[in-house]
Write a protein of this length. Structure first.
Ligand code: FAD
Ligand code: FMN
Ligand code: SF4
Lengths: 439, 440
């Protein structure tokens, strides 16, 4: 049986699955229930000077019949007094000494930072996370994502904490920034032990078109919120990769954003996360999803002969790099398995209207076929096809030697003028404009 | 001409008995598993007698962890694939799916279950690690769902298990009784092979245990599980039952499962009874090409013990139902020629014959689906075993242990005849009882 134990910059937990700082970690009751269900760690709902929240607080994005592919919230940090939280942290640690309890913090002055760090350490937390990510409400007061957006401030605040902290310190970053490596490097410069990302993405999830107010509405008004859930996973994955590959960051990473099953977690780990944190999926389905996550991770590790989670960390990183390093001679084309086709012809219209007119249609059978010489291998048809393994991409031999844009640039073998003969599309079939009217 | 022609070849037989819950393909499984809501404290789990963590195994299918999914299923129910196909899901898991409350089709739990377990069977996936050998020996009598499930659970805990089975193949009525359009023989036996390979128990086939043999088992084993199911169809006690062409439903269905297209079936078949076995027998007679398959029941349609969907299934293949009539005599000279009935009325729950309403229905085959007998003589030979008036074995429901501490019981022999899933659940309970009793 593979060993799921993980260690993030000295914070140990029985498995890599932590609850992110959010409503599921609002109280000792919830954290204990989560640990009992199998979660390995929890980042407590951000502590600080308690806030006053509004009602309502969340907006959801549904896709067709699927609920909450994205969630948006306008909640702030904890609205409970610090002392109540500290008592509960202490109690949780008493029951679960081997689980990770990390205190998320957000305050303003140096004195406040020093005080709250001591308080949570005295309560027995195993680590501290600095919430420099909240993109609504708190940032207007100079906290949360406002810190991630100002590297000097981020470094200073981190330093203040590091002056007194005895337990490992994680800096939680906001994705609401142009280059995530900048705040990550500032965290490193401030001596943080690890980073976690991403916090929520600034967003408006929709508008009540009868009353002209975005969601969620509070007495007829609204405000921008923080977006999370499955929809943000691609943003999180990319930012984790950016930080993991940056030599100036060089810190262990706790990956967050849209994780809801074992596969999502493995993806984050392969791109450089030491462990992962989950919020929305638990808000949607409860702590019970951990059963699927642990079983799936164990099965994957057993199948791939991994003994420890750490062996997997960053394994996909050598295979992501800049566009200019990709092999321009490599070619795939689509292949349709006629016997699986159900005749929806979504691939046909996708290719004809949205790609390269490389699919023909047999009007009688409704079964489409690939016009191989027109297919650029973009994947679109295989992505829209509703049948598993019906359209697959097969590699074809172009007979050309491997060459990258970088290499071609070095050899001065790239298009440079508007009508350059070296344009990639030259010689590729394009229908005449007038053909658009042919029925 | 009836809808179904008499099958002449095995191919035609399989065409007539086309699977009503065929194996899902990847797309079906992906789409269907994506519909599951992952309800909290899900009603489907409560509705499953073996308590499979259904939302978990469905989520595992959707996230591509099919092995994990199969493990979730088999950890709760060793007849995972068979149950996925033969369980009356309409009244169990699927019937409790919350979608039904909004008139949305419930998740096809049974077929998803068969999909996941099928992959483990086909790939011979090792899902369980058996514990160290415990040096304790358990004899299991009967290789039906109850016996096999108990054997798996006992082997998991490291006990030595020998199964004694009267017939030549395992799985009991799953093979010899369940309707062939729910599961075919190969599917049943493939799962049995997989289980035996995974758990390594020994089965002695063609070995009926009688009172004497039982005595010798008592001396050689630390505990004995009675998983013998039920016996042949009980007699009706009316004249003419001995005529050629009058037979029990269990025997008729057994023939179909073994002889397939070579099974003898009449042109005009009358099936007596109102339970699920009656529905199956009538359906199967129709699918075997009987021109008329008529179901005759002493009480009203609403009083039938059969599930509504089983009656619908029978009607769907042309079975015709007659209610409130009781058979008085099976008519014929050597061969069945008809049945003499009388009309009935139910008064205060009791069936009363209405004098002067006798009539005769011609037919050339009568199938009695009037219940299975119990192995009362055999069971009575065991010291200190308690049988109730109907012949059911008395046990401690938490452990399956009988009043004779060495003996445990599970399955139809215990519950009087339920479903495969109940036998699987009880087999597991009894195995745990034995493990507790023998200590480890
Ligand atoms: C016609 C019919 C249709 C059915 N359809 C369904 C269905 O669609 N779905 C469903 O879930 N359930 C169905 N059932 C019920 C289901 O088959 C049984 O509940 C289940 O098989 C009971 O399992 P068991 O192990 O207790 O007994 P059995 O399956 O009867 O197995 C008992 C085994 O013990 C052996 N045995 C008996 N006595 C001895 C002895 N003295 N020595 C050695 N071996 C012995 C027998 O040969 C048999 O193999 C049906 C039953 C019938 C009769
Ligand atoms: C309602 C809500 C409240 C949150 N509160 C906090 C918070 O107090 N501190 C914090 O660091 N992150 C907070 N988050 C962000 C989450 O911790 C997490 O970073 C984000 O939701 C992305 O993960 P997910 O896609 O798994 O939800 C909150 C998220 C939600 C939905
Ligand atoms: S989840 Fe529903 S019931 Fe619970 S606090 Fe929110 S609005 Fe109220």
């Amino acid at each position: 049986m593979p060993d799921l134990k993980t260690n993030l910059a000295g914070i140990k937990s029985p498995n890599p699955f932590w609850l992110a700082s959010a409503p599921p970690t609002n109280s000792g009751y919830q954290v204990m229930k989560a640990f009992d269900a199998g979660w390995g760690g929890a980042v407590w709902k951000t502590l600080g000077i308690p806030v006053v929240n509004v009602s309502s607080r969340y907006g959801g994005v549904n896709y067709k019949d699927k609920r909450l592919v994205g969630l948006n919230n306008i909640e702030l940090i904890t609205d409970r007094p610090l002392k109540d939280n500290l008592i509960e942290i202490e109690e949780v640690k008493k029951h679960f000494p081997d689980h990770a309890v990390v205190a998320s913090l957000m305050v303003q002055s140096k004195a406040e930072w020093h005080q709250i760090v001591k308080d949570v350490e005295n309560a027995g937390c195993d680590g501290i996370e600095l919430n420099f990510g909240c993109p609504h409400g708190m940032c207007e007061r100079g906290m949360g994502s406002a810190v991630s957006q100002n590297p000097d401030v981020l470094e200073t605040l981190t330093n203040w904490v590091m002056e007194v902290a005895k337990v490992p310190v994680i800096v939680k970053l906001s994705p609401n920034i142009t280059d995530i490596r900048v705040p990550a490097r500032a965290a490193k410069a401030g001596n943080a032990d690890a980073i976690s990302l991403i916090n929520t993405v600034q967003s408006l999830v929709g508008v009540d078109i009868d009353n002209f107010v975005p969601y969620p509405t509070v007495d007829g008004k609204s405000t921008n919120g923080g977006y999370c859930g499955p929809a943000i996973k691609p943003i999180g994955l990319n930012m984790v990769k950016e930080c993991a590959q940056d030599e100036l960051v060089n810190l262990p990473i706790s990956g967050i954003g849209g994780i809801e099953n074992w596969r999502d977690a493995v993806e984050y780990i392969l791109l450089g996360s030491t462990n992962v944190q989950v919020c929305t999926a638990v808000m949607h389905y409860g702590f019970g999803i951990i059963r699927e996550m642990i079983s799936g991770l164990e099965q994957y590790m057993a199948d791939k002969n991994f003994n420890r989670v750490q062996e997997m960390v960053g394994l996909a990183l050598p295979n992501v790099s800049n566009w200019e390093n990709l092999n321009l001679s490599y070619k795939v084309i689509a292949e349709i398995k006629d016997e699986k086709c159900i005749g929806c012809d979504l691939c046909y219209v996708a290719c004809d209207n949205g790609a390269h007119q490389a699919i023909g249609l047999n009007k009688e059978t409704r079964i489409p076929y690939i016009i191989e010489e027109n297919c650029v291998g973009c994947n679109l048809c295989s992505l829209v096809c509703p049948v598993e393994q019906c359209i697959t991409m097969k590699q074809i031999d172009t007979g050309k030697a491997e060459v990258t844009w970088r290499e071609r640039t070095d050899k001065d073998d790239i298009p440079k003028t508007f009508n350059d003969e070296l344009a990639g599309g030259i010689g590729h079939f394009v229908p005449k404009p007038g053909d658009a009217f042919k029925k | 001409m009836s809808e179904f022609q008499r099958p002449k070849t095995e191919e035609e037989y399989h065409a007539n008995f086309k699977q009503i819950k065929p194996l899902m393909n990847d797309t079906q499984a992906h789409v269907e598993s994506g519909r599951c809501l992952f309800c909290y404290d899900a009603p489907c789990i409560q509705a499953c007698p073996t308590g499979i963590d259904i939302p978990l195994f469905i989520r595992q299918i959707h996230s591509g962890n099919i092995k994990g999914s199969a493990k979730t299923i088999y950890s709760a129910n060793y007849f995972g694939k068979a149950c996925g196909q033969v369980c009356p899901t309409e009244v169990l898991c699927e019937g409790s799916c919350v979608f039904t409350k909004q008139n949305i089709e419930p998740i096809e739990i049974g077929r998803l279950q068969a999909f996941a377990t099928n992959q483990a069977i086909v790939n011979d996936t090792k899902l369980f690690n058996l514990q160290e050998n415990q040096n304790k020996k358990v004899a299991v009598i009967g290789a039906g769902p109850a016996g096999i499930s108990a054997a798996c659970e006992l082997r998991l805990a490291g006990f030595n298990v020998e199964i004694f089975e009267a017939r030549e193949k395992p799985s009991g009525l799953t093979l010899y009784g369940v309707a062939p359009y729910k599961i075919d023989n190969k599917t049943v036996l493939d799962e049995m092979d997989y289980l035996q390979k995974s758990f390594g128990y020994t089965v002695h086939y063609n070995t009926a245990v009688d009172a004497d043999k039982l005595k010798s088992l008592e001396n050689n084993f630390d505990a004995i599980l009675l998983a013998i199911g039920l016996g042949a169809t009980s007699a009706l006690g009316i004249p003419g039952e001995e005529l050629d062409g009058c037979l029990g439903a269990i025997e008729f269905i057994n023939d179909i499962r073994i002889q397939k297209q070579n099974t003898r079936v009449g042109k005009n078949v009358i099936v007596l009874g109102g339970g699920n076995t009656a529905m199956d027998a009538a359906s199967e007679a129709a699918r075997m090409g009987a021109e008329n398959a008529t179901l005759c029941y002493r009480r009203s349609k609403d009083e039938m013990r059969a599930y509504g969907f089983e009656y619908e299934l029978a009607k769907g293949v042309g079975v015709f139902g007659l209610f409130n009539i009781a058979p008085l005599e099976i008519l014929g000279d050597k061969k069945v020629e008809g049945v003499k009935f009388i009309r009935t009325k139910v008064i205060d729950g009791k069936v009363k014959n209405l004098e002067g309403t006798e009539f005769t229905l011609p037919c050339d085959m009568v199938i009695k689906a009037t219940g299975q007998s119990k192995f009362v003589d055999f069971l009575s030979s065991i010291e200190n075993i308690n049988l109730d008036k109907s012949g059911k074995i008395g046990i401690n429901p938490e452990t399956g242990q009988t009043d004779n501490p060495k003996y445990f019981a599970a399955g139809d022999a215990l519950n009087g005849g339920k479903e495969v899933v109940n036998a699987a659940a009880e087999g597991k309970i009894a195995a745990r009882g034995i493990i507790g009793f023998l200590g480890k």
